[in-house]
Design a protein around this ligand. Sequence first.
Ligand SMILES: [Zn+2]
Length: 279
Amino acid sequence: MKKIALFIAVVLVIITLLCTTSFVFAEQSQESIDLPILMYHSVLKSKTGTYIVSPAQLEADFNKIVKEGYTAVSTEQVINFIDGTGTLPSKPIMITFDDGHFNNIYYAKPLLEKYGLKAVFNVIGKFSDFTTNSGDTDNPNYSHATWTEIGELSHGNVMEIGNHTYNMHNYKPRFGIAQKYNESDEEYVKALQNDIGKLQKILFENTGKQCKVLAYPFGKYSELAEKTLTQMGFRMMFTCNEGVSTITRGKPQSLYKLKRINRSGKYDVETVFQKIKSK
Ligand SMILES: [Zn+2]
């Protein structure tokens, strides 16, 4: 009887050890992960450039993203991974569109839907206010998304909304969110809170959601801005630093200076993928 009890005890210990080990391995393989993030701006048929791609280029990218086995992930999936409340697919990728161009809704959204992808649409408050108030909407050549369109997007799961500041997408009087020379830290923090908070409020009114992601205009950032933004509830900040970031579970700060790959209309699709795969 004693021998049987001892045998059962040993078997139980072995099973426990095996389970724990495989659990640890499974956890480790998801501990850190490379997250390529593509940055697009305008999508136009008439011309291409450093910040403009054609619908055909966009479709070629999307087609290859799917063919290469990448899964486009949402900010929520990334945040859940960091918080330990969710996992990511083995080859995650993020697609971002900056500046809130209506042509992103016109050309990119149907393509995202066609390929089963999703993207973050980083809007500039002042530009969307201008288009909304002018009534000159829905022109892919120059319109920005209206608040109604932004609200509609936020209720689907193809394009989620990011904050790209209300009116700090300028070179003057400050470069993006940069601190001015004659500005105290206190004044600077207040200016950030006022401007970015203003767009947060408008977004909440139109989407019913608390936006947790911000794209720094022109990629300009500062430590004080990062501190202010995290205090305001932001969880992910996109820069324009070229490259692929590695994000780590349990490290919220690995989402604070996310690198991106600017998808220039001057690249061919192979060049884009070399950048996605390079570390
Ligand atoms: Zn921008």
